[in-house]
Design a protein around this ligand. Structure first.
Ligand SMILES: [Zn+2]
Length: 251
């Protein structure tokens, strides 16, 4: 049988040992979405492949049809994001983002927007010089991460409704901030509404609207204090956990 090959451009999401000397590499490509590929003998010290397959680098890959897994015949680093790798805080943020991306994005999902989201996130993270001692900068990294998450949720079809009441369809007015996780929507104060409701401050609603409207170039201009950031992280995590359960049931 003739081997068939294809060339793709992909972000490395995960790399794990496989068999004796191989790696199993999870990637997200512009052309075919998420794929799991083997890299034969990539753990041998003589292998040229390994160095081109670091997590969250962008690589050009030649993929060959294989029996159990398609495998990587050749790899060339396109972008390795050195500024991220040299900074502990950035590494942590990039690692978290790529982990959640890999958990939420299914191999059946092929969407170029997901590829461009990863690209624009890593490009922004790589670009900025961050001073470890400056807490504003650490907040900024956290905001990048939150921005990434909300954009990811939006592409996957989990964008929340932050403007009108789910129940009566009226526009949400200032100071009324009941968020229902089940319906992924804000509500006015209706007594008949049951389900998991979170009470948000007006500030948090504003931040959520902002994160659901703008991308990294606007988010990097945003200032946020520690208390608000903590609340924003909290609601984001709750929302993801809730939607993730539903998402996993669906597939
Ligand atoms: Zn209402």
């Amino acid at each position: 049988m003739r081997e068939s090959t294809k060339n793709i451009s992909a972000f490395i999401l995960k790399s794990e040992p496989y068999k004796e000397k191989d790696l199993l590499i999870t990637i997200f490509s512009k052309e075919e979405g998420k794929l799991i590929l083997s890299a034969r003998s990539a753990r041998k010290s003589s292998s040229k492949l390994g160095g081109h397959l670091q997590v969250f680098s962008l690589s050009d890959l030649m993929v060959v049809n294989g029996k159990s897994f398609d495998y990587i015949g050749a790899a060339k680093n396109n972008k390795s994001y050195l500024n991220i790798r040299e900074d502990f805080n950035k590494m942590q943020i990039a690692g978290k983002a790529v982990y959640v991306f890999n958990r939420l994005v299914n191999t059946k999902v092929q969407d170029e927007d997901l590829y461009y989201l990863l690209k624009s996130f890593l490009d922004h993270l790589n670009k900025d010089k961050i001073d470890d001692l400056n807490s504003n900068d650490v907040n900024k990294l956290e905001m990048y991460y939150l921005s990434f998450l909300w954009q990811l949720l939006s592409i996957l079809g989990y964008r929340p409704n932050l403007y009108t009441c789910y129940y009566c369809k009226k526009r949400i007015s200032e100071g009324i901030n009941y968020f229902n996780l089940d319906k992924a929507s804000l509500f006015c104060n209706h007594k008949e509404i049951k389900g998991p409701i979170i009470n948000l401050s007006s500030n948090i609603v504003k931040y959520l609207r902002f994160l659901n409207k703008y991308s990294f170039d606007k988010v990097e201009l945003l200032k946020i204090n520690k208390t608000d950031l903590k609340q924003l992280k909290n609601i984001t995590n709750k929302y993801i956990m809730y939607q993730l359960e539903e998402y996993l049931r669906k597939y």
